[in-house]
Design a binder for this molecule. Structure first.
Ligand code: AKB
Length: 318
């Protein structure tokens, strides 16, 4: 049985990934790593062990790994794209110095490591439609710079030291549990909250701005399936394109309006978010993930919208 440490367990992806991993591997085998001031609460706290694991403090990771006999680390510590633009030094410190610490501990203690990359690892010079797995990666954002570096450093630790590093390039992740914070794709979560609260939604990116998005259950499945994949089938490692849907604000608005005809959206463009979104692909080609580890998403825009609205309705009623 694996012993897993989730670093960043209280964040948008971490909070749901930790609970899902506990369902699959047993509560005692999945440790929620957190930084002081962001302690786990609720289900996350109640269902299993937790420990301080701050990527900027190598000793805390090492102690957590030793104490819980960890063999697999999901490293989700990062600043998202918009925040990273306003705090580039912090983005580097967490994303890259932090990754270095995680990889060093993994090397010494023989742990497998998952550190996600993103659609943000691409830039304006990348082919934007059906972006290939192996292509130009010259991002113009600090977030993108840290994500390309994450991919390279993770591959380096695999080829040089044999550390079992694997990753996907996450699109915008949509969920109804923990809200994201500081991302360019956050609008695709916020729009559902506005619809359920009966509020008009103010969209920060223009009609016609396409980006890849994914519903959380598929994102969790992607991370776990890749870490479970047969290594002899993996030609790539850091990081795989994965895709399930690509839409612009008009399309998500129309999908919500089908269920809630009274819902209204207006535009007020945020120039920072728009510039970042314009530099990212419209859609990714995920053929390699499908071939090398049988990646196959379940949700599209319609099925996700039905589920999001139902779950948020229940959540916001409480
Ligand atoms: C962001 O918008 O910064 C993230 C991402 C696509 O990596 N959600």
């Amino acid at each position: 049985m694996k012993n897993i440490l989730v670093i960043g367990s209280t964040g948008q992806i971490g909070s749901e990934l930790t609970v899902e991993l506990r369902k699959r591997y047993g509560n005692e085998h999945v440790v929620a790593g957190y930084i002081p001031g962001a302690e786990p609460t609720g289900e996350l706290k109640e269902t299993g062990p937790s420990v301080i694991a701050d990527v900027t403090d190598r000793q805390s990771i090492e102690l957590a790994v030793r104490k819980h006999k960890i063999d697999t680390i999901y490293n989700l510590a990062a600043l998202l794209s918009v925040v990273a633009e306003s705090r580039p030094a912090m983005a580097w410190k967490i994303g890259i110095d932090g990754l270095w610490n995680v990889l060093e501990v993994a090397r010494e203690h023989h742990c497998a490591v998952f550190t996600p990359s993103s659609i943000g690892s691409f830039g304006l010079s990348t082919p934007h439609v059906k972006t290939p797995q192996d292509t130009v990666q010259r991002p113009s954002t600090m977030y993108g710079v840290t994500k390309v570096t994450t991919e390279l450093l993770s591959d380096y630790y695999h080829t040089k030291y044999g550390v079992d590093t694997r990753a996907v390039r996450f699109p915008g992740i949509i969920s109804n549990v923990t809200p994201p914070g500081g991302g360019t794709t956050d609008y695709a979560v916020d729009i559902y909250y506005a619809a359920v609260k009966g509020e008009q939604f103010v969209c920060p990116v223009k009609a016609g701005t396409y980006m890849d998005m994914m519903y959380m259950p598929d994102a969790l499945n992607a991370a776990i399936s890749l870490m479970e994949a047969d290594p002899t089938r993996l030609i790539h490692r850091n990081a795989f394109n994965i895709a399930s849907m690509s839409f612009d604000p008009e399309e998500i608005y129309a999908a919500i309006k089908k269920i809630r005809p009274e819902f209204e959206m207006v535009y007020q463009i945020d120039p920072v978010k728009q510039a970042i979104a314009d530099s990212w692909p419209d859609s990714l080609d995920d053929t390699c993930a499908r071939l090398e580890w049988d990646w196959c998403p379940k949700y599209d825009l319609e099925t996700m919208t039905v589920d999001m609205l139902e779950k948020l309705e229940l959540k916001l009623k409480k």
